[in-house]
Design a protein around this ligand. Structure first.
Ligand SMILES: C[S@@+](CC[C@H](N)C(=O)[O-])C[C@H]1O[C@@H](n2cnc3c(N)ncnc32)[C@H](O)[C@@H]1O
Length: 266
């Protein structure tokens, strides 16, 4: 496949590709092939540098993530970049951290492109909510400790000025919680879960920068999680796991961390 010249009958295909959580070896074979083939690459912050190096030297690259001291590129701008690239290139890769359809706005981008007649395909990725706990030895389900798990964003209420998540309901309905973007709101979330009836002694963990060399792990209880996170200076990107599964941790099964540079969101 070549990226030379427009040479398109119609529009090129945009692939919404999951980059995985950080360890480049967690990239799928399909994602690897597309990165090597693509004529244009559009990526954001939580993407390991090693993956960006897979593209051809003549691949047109666009960064649409958050830079230090700046807001993220607005979604309409990213949409417009993808549309414009599909008009000039046969294969466009939109690379997103983890899985593109899990808290990644992949659904919005797919709908936008499809509504404008752009062929679009999703390539699922390994999500941080499973991989980061796994690289700390924590299974997110366990026959004796958790038959259900909920993937939930802790960020939503910041945007909306009020909670869009029924934390008290989740405390009663899900054995385990995997919380993305949860650190800013962690104290509130823990209080809500306790108010919903979750035992304050419930094990909880935070995994920062999972799967790569900077990975840090904190194990606490629901009652002291927020204090511990503050005291130990945990920061984004972090996954929070709440539930009895945390106590099923098998430290020995955690794989070696990948020695790769992962740009952090600022
Ligand atoms: C916008 S969401 C994107 C999630 C992504 N689509 C996925 O499936 O993993 C970004 C959040 O994912 C989590 N995250 C992503 N990569 C991570 C990593 N390597 N370690 C810990 N948390 C990570 C953090 O909660 C971060 O704030």
């Amino acid at each position: 496949m070549s990226g030379e010249g427009p040479a398109l009958d119609g529009l090129g295909t945009v692939y919404l590709v999951g980059a995985g959580p950080g360890d480049p070896e967690l990239l799928t074979l399909k994602a690897h092939r597309l990165l090597r083939e693509c004529d244009a690459l559009v990526h954001d912050s939580l993407v390991p540098k090693a993956l960006l190096d897979l593209v051809r030297p003549d691949c047109e690259r666009h960064f649409v993530g958050k830079r230090r001291g700046h807001h993220s590129v607005p979604q309409p701008t990213t949409n417009a970049v993808l549309l414009e690239l599909a008009g000039r290139h046969r294969t466009v890769v939109r690379l997103k951290g983890g899985d593109p359809f899990l808290f990644g706005r992949g659904g919005e981008e797919a709908a936008y492109l499809a509504s404008r007649g752009v062929p679009v395909q999703v390539v699922p990725g390994v999500t941080a909510g499973i991989a980061a706990p796994a690289y700390a030895g924590i299974p997110v389900t366990h026959r004796r400790a958790g038959s259900s798990v909920t993937f939930v964003t802790g960020h939503e209420e910041i945007d909306k000025g009020r909670s869009g998540v029924d934390w008290q309901g989740l405390a009663r309905s899900s054995d385990g919680l995997v919380i993305y973007m949860g650190l800013h709101n962690l104290r509130h979330i823990c209080l809500e879960l306790a108010a919903g009836g979750l035992d304050p002694a419930t094990p909880a963990a935070v995994i920062q920068q999972g799967t790569v060399l900077g990975q840090r792990l904190l194990v606490a209880t629901l009652a002291d999680l927020a204090d511990q996170v503050e005291a130990q200076g945990f920061a984004s990107p972090s996954i929070v796991v709440v539930g009895p599964v945390v106590a099923q941790r098998v430290a020995d099964c955690a794989p070696p961390l990948a020695d790769t540079e992962m740009p952090l969101p600022f």
